[in-house]
Design a protein around this ligand. Sequence first.
Ligand code: SF4
Ligand code: SF4
Length: 362
Amino acid sequence: MKIICEKCGFTMNLDKSRIPEKGAKGKCPKCRHIFTIKNPGTGVSDNANKSQKTLYWLQGGGCGGDTWAFFNSEPPETSELINDLNIRLLWHPSISNHSIAAQNKLNNDLLSGKQALDILCIEGSIIRGPGGTGMFDTLLGKPKKDIAASLANKASYVLAVGTCASFGGIGADGEIEATGMQFQKWTPGGFMGENFKTKSGLPIINLPGCPCHGGVISGAIAALVSGIPLKLNQYNIPLEWYGTLVHQGCTRNEYHEYRVEEKKIGEKGCLFFYLGCHGPLVYGPCNKMLWNRRSSKTRVGVPCFGCTRPDFPQQYPFFKTRNIEGIPIELPDGVNRAHYLAYKGIAAAAAPERLKKRKTGI
Ligand code: SF4
Ligand code: SF4
């Protein structure tokens, strides 16, 4: 029997015979959440009785990377997530094969209210060009921006998946007149306006990243379907996954601590002072929720370029730390500049030989 963690969506198999008649408490091996596992024989089972929720995925101005991150997420795999949480996938442009007539009917049913819409996922920026018409990006002959606005008004929840949908991303400075659903870079408003709320009373929930981590997408969908509240920060980003810096969990932390730094990609050391690492500047789960359950950029020696931050892609070289006289312009979030630099000087002098000689496994 399949058991799904009601908090993170992790799926596990459990022998039914091990569950007592009155149910049992279980702890999720992934997120450590404790929840009740009910006995299927007593009529109350895992998720079989959950009411069906509907999901519609609309792609705007983006590369499709968030779709592939989502499709590669596991555990649970995307199909398990959809089936086990009893989600009805109304439409996804990469896997749905509706005829144009069926697609038109579905959209009309959604807009008339005949078909309920629980979760709308928007991937990619909202393209308003040329001249505010939106005709650079159309679906069924209509500007996608108009479809996105109509569906957002009908949905209980809207997830802006990826940095482009959240904050405008790559096209936000260009002639395609792109914007995020409810933010333009750091500024609230975006396409739907600062005060927009979905039917559930929540603003559009932003899941930034280029792409967004697949586990975050699955986790957010699982939380919404299961009625688990997501605490958001001032950019409407869930703290569950974006409450810690990318730096936290990086295997190069000891190098950072003693200011043992890489000057060229491929060396051992921290990537902050010379190679542009944004790990201490941006928030995201990348070093705690590993990519493909194996690794992260910084773990393999590639500086984090801050793709979860609203101003991504920043208008300066990714792999070079902006500095004045060798001192980085941006220091780790929240530090006092003078204290930090004094501490770094002392720490560098105190660096152990094994680190200076790179005699560690990292
Ligand atoms: S490489 Fe980046 S994330 Fe890792 S310790 Fe250095 S600054 Fe932090
Ligand atoms: S490590 Fe940095 S650049 Fe890479 S995905 Fe995470 S936030 Fe984005």
